[in-house]
Ligand binder design. Structure first.
Ligand SMILES: Nc1ncnc2c1ncn2[C@@H]1O[C@H](COP(=O)(O)OP(=O)(O)OP(=O)(O)O)[C@@H](O)[C@H]1O
Ligand SMILES: [Mg+2]
Length: 525
């Protein structure tokens, strides 16, 4: 692999995270290669924000036999960037060019340039003295689609780096949170068990009619069911700039011999490149028990014929040689982090001393709080942690005391003669510290989802919490489910915040006015 730069004024950046062998490179979709390369251009863009000269970046993958050629160009201009107050002189053009030389044909090649304006925006935002951030845009979910799950009959939302989901009681916020959790459960291989824990497929399915007639919507006809046109189905999907994934679950065909006739089955799964599924960009497809995956030359290969209906292709077919994209997406989904009602009651584990080990990721019950805060202090953003704590509790500082390997939290507060132990802190104070530990994790995930983080926090703490979340959303995509107007208002103050307001209409969750729903296509059975 050879990297050449056609720009004399800058040196080509070292490629990080690029595929290590030409075979691997050719096996990957060009689009994801381009995104990785764009990520590598950050430092360059940061150094030359005023230049209007195009940057040429060329990657050549050589194989002795013959050649195939692919070229991508993208020139985002200042118009692509949301903040309009920027100076004209800051105009920055980017052109990423790929040459892939190989003996085989390239059927994946698309001349459509992926939108990389977000990268440019991101790069421009960072001041040159900060270390380069991970490109959350590469791993970011931009579209989420749910169909037939509880009150989410047909919901599609566009997501950004920072999202706040809000709405009245019963509007469907928790259902949206749970739908994301179900998607994460697919990557852990426990989607069927999770549905069972929710009462089984029948109880989680949308309980209303398959569709509403115009008269039902207008209120001139009662809501009633009709003969179903389509089979029972619960569908979940998401996509980002690089990949998309969708799953369709249904009921097994009636079988009087089996006691599992109400056990959900995975009917279809699909993974594709880019945001929108179409006929040309699918590269892994499961229909019933059969799984087909495209090889490096773009040809379909039947990799599984007898996949059990309760096993996902994500867990059973992902492998580094034949399905690297499945593997990459699965690992990313496994890393999604959910924080839901972190316990702060008298018996909460976070109030007790715990054996301390390096803890870059706070446990979902917050039990390892002291170790997580100490890990941030030693290998993470110690200064940001102190600032975030002082932002909420002026003059306060948190220390971790170690006794015989047991870590315990102590908080020094303004006006007190001795520090208070975790067991003595108020619920709200402890919850805020848990959120600090979660949000400043030295190992940020691709996606962090917080369900009602405002619980037991005083309204005065909402602005510091919103600042903390906004800061974290620069390293991990963040989805915050909240019905605190103060927190929603404080998050909204961030220019990047996307508000998703849910409403109930005839028992169905609808996304209220705002951006139109994104285009979405489900894989067919
Ligand atoms: N299978 C189903 N079909 C249709 N609607 C359902 C189904 N199961 C639950 N619901 C309804 O979905 C609605 C949304 O519930 P959800 O728990 O997501 O609301 P929420 O916005 O989180 O409310 P809260 O603010 O009270 O927590 C509820 O009104 C519930 O009655
Ligand atoms: Mg709820």
């Amino acid at each position: 692999m050879k990297l050449t730069s056609q720009m004399p004024s800058w040196t080509a950046p070292k490629l990080v995270g690029m595929p290590s062998t030409p075979r691997q490179a050719i096996g990957q979709s060009l689009q994801s290669l381009l995104l990785v390369a764009a990520e590598n251009l950050y430092p360059v863009l940061r150094k030359m924000p005023n230049s209007s000269a195009p940057i040429h970046h060329r990657l050549a993958v050589k194989k002795p036999s013959g050649r195939a050629h692919a070229l991508f160009r993208h020139r985002p201009s200042i118009r692509d960037i949301r903040t309009s107050r920027r100076k004209k002189s800051e105009k920055c053009k980017l052109c990423v060019r790929f040459e892939v030389v190989s003996g085989s044909k390239f059927t994946h090649v698309s001349s459509r340039s992926p939108p990389i304006d977000a990268h440019v925006l991101h790069a421009k935002r960072e001041s040159s003295d900060q270390p380069p951030l991970r490109s959350i845009q590469v791993a970011m979910i931009t579209r989420l689609a749910i169909s037939g799950y509880r009150s989410l009959r047909e919901v599609r939302v566009t997501l950004g780096a920072l999202n706040v989901v809000t709405g009245a009681n019963g509007s469907g916020k928790s259902s949206l949170y749970r739908a994301l959790k179900l998607l994460a459960d697919i990557a852990q291989g426990r989607i069927i068990q999770s549905l069972a824990a929710e009462g089984g497929l029948q109880s989680t399915l949308w309980a209303g009619p398959e569709a509403f007639s115009r008269a039902m919507n207008a209120g001139s006809a009662p809501v009633q069911g009709a003969v179903r046109k389509y089979p029972i189905s619960l569908k979940l999907g998401f996509s980002g700039k690089d990949y998309g994934y969708a799953i369709d679950l249904g009921l097994p065909p009636p079988d009087s011999r089996s006691k599992f006739s109400s056990d959900p089955e995975i009917k279809v799964e699909s993974q594709w490149t880019g945001e929108q599924l179409d006929r040309t960009n699918v590269f892994a497809l499961r229909v019933g028990p059969g799984v087909r995956i495209r090889n490096g030359q773009g040809e379909w290969q039947q990799t599984y014929q007898n996949l059990d209906a309760f096993d996902s292709m994500m867990t059973h077919c992902a492998d580094p040689h034949h399905a690297i994209e499945l593997l990459m997406l699965r690992e990313r989904m496994r890393d999604w982090r959910f924080y839901d009602h972190l316990r702060t009651d008298r018996d909460a584990a976070s109030r007790k001393p715990q054996i301390g080990t390096y803890t870059p990721v706070l446990a979902s019950d917050g039990s390892d709080l002291a170790a997580a805060l100490q890990t941030i202090r030693e290998i993470g953003a110690a200064e940001q942690m102190d600032v975030a704590i002082a932002d909420a509790f002026p003059g306060a500082r948190v220390e971790v005391i170690s006794t015989d390997g047991y870590f315990e939290l102590e908080m020094r507060q303004h006006g007190l003669l001795r520090p208070l132990k975790a067991a003595e802190l108020s619920d709200g104070t402890l919850r805020y510290l848990l959120l600090v530990a979660a949000l400043l994790s030295p190992r940020p995930p691709a996606l962090m989802i917080l369900n009602e983080p405002e619980t037991s926090l005083h309204p005065e703490l909402m602005p510091p919490l919103a600042r903390l979340i906004a800061q974290a959303s620069r390293r991990s995509q963040a989805v915050v489910v909240s019905h605190s107007p103060t927190l929603v208002g404080a998050l909204d103050a961030d220019a990047d915040c996307r508000r998703v307001v849910l409403e109930k209409h005839l028992g169905e969750t609808v996304v209220s006015a705002g951006a139109p729903p994104p285009d979405w296509a489900w894989p067919s059975r």
